[in-house]
Design a binder for this molecule. Sequence first.
Ligand SMILES: C[S@@+](CC[C@H](N)C(=O)[O-])C[C@H]1O[C@@H](n2cnc3c(N)ncnc32)[C@H](O)[C@@H]1O
Length: 445
Amino acid sequence: MNKPTTNRGSRGPRKAPSGKPSGKFSGRSARPSADPTRDLAFDIVCGVVEHRRMLETTLDRAGAMEARDRSSAHRLAATTLRHMGSMTELLQPLLRREPPEPVRCALLLGVAQLLHLETPPHAAVGTIVDLLRRRGLAPFAGLANAVLRRVSREGATLREGLDEARLDVPPWLWSAWGARARAISRGLHREAPLDLTLQPGAAVPNDGEELPTGSVRFPAGTRIAELEGFEDGAFWAQDVAAAMPVRLMGDVSGKTVVDLCAAPGGKTAQLAHAGATVTAVEREAPRAERLRENIKRLKLETVQVVEADALTWKPKDAVDAVLLDAPCSATGTFRRHPDVLWIKRPRDVVALAEAQDNFIDAVRDMLKPGGMMLYAVCSLQDEEGPERVAAALERGGWRLDPFSEDELSSMAAARTAEGYFRTHPGLWQDRGGMDGFFAARLIRV
Ligand SMILES: C[S@@+](CC[C@H](N)C(=O)[O-])C[C@H]1O[C@@H](n2cnc3c(N)ncnc32)[C@H](O)[C@@H]1O
């Protein structure tokens, strides 16, 4: 596992002689107890802050550990990343000098435990002090003790007047989201529930909440593999918004459909269950493997999986429809991946938008005249949604086929004036929110 750099630069308290606890902590045991949960959460948060390393990458590198510790670490790190902007602001007046980045990360984990995870104060403070000592940062243990105790006593007062929704979103995203920004940010503060798409005719698993669109919802933290019916392929995980693009393709029964950029295969499964003859194209070998596994679990062996680059691959014969779930910034999935919030940069969106135009042009050559492209992205950015459709219409060869009120009656808030499908995490807040998605239907002319 990569260890974050410690004691970088000259800012912050001077380092105490190696391993020796300093100040108030001189009476504590020199050997803090092992705590794989905090260690891993610390590595995740430092990885994001210092190296723009994705949460999943650090998790993958963590090696063998108890599943419970791993999932607690994931939850602690994700909660910290969700509230990172406002907690950083809250800490500012409590710090006389800028601490080294790893110390700040440890403090943020402590504040998250105190203010957002209801960890008892003695445990929230003690675990962070021990963490610092384990990670060669003992000289900062006194600082952490003082700061976190103050947060535990005065947290409510310290939070007063902080615009947390605004602070917990990087400024470039806040301005890009315009009027939607505050609602989106509020939605991002909540952990995403588990949504399932059911195989046609499958029974709703016990305790699942049926949503108006047909998806079934379970509270955040539910383990899908433990639900009855999982092994039999009765359902698969798919956010309520992510399940809509295929529904918006209308009746695909008996049609030839290419699912471009298909892994892990949620939409492939929907298309196959709807009776389409599906070719699923995926470029990344490990993801294609996962797609095959999912297809097998769901008993959808009629799907043809092709491992190829969607930009150059062509079907043997032109097809009736293409679902282009294009690679995108994935800003719509920040609820599930709060690390990405702090990793993505504006230039990533620019590069992705360029690639999306290329994918759209490639799709045109796959379709029969009159064939349909369902363009979808799990992005909240205008550049990847409405602007890509406008650019395609401008280049020519397409006609927009707007979604009707009837088609979107189960999720009316998602229909835009242009007839696009557009969601964000602030929608359906009383039901637990949803991911951000954009979809549009275009016809080859
Ligand atoms: C947004 S995900 C697709 C999610 C999928 N449609 C689903 O519903 O489960 C995008 C996928 O596109 C794949 N991809 C990226 N570039 C590609 C390319 N040039 N050709 C084919 N697949 C590509 C990625 O590996 C990734 O699996």
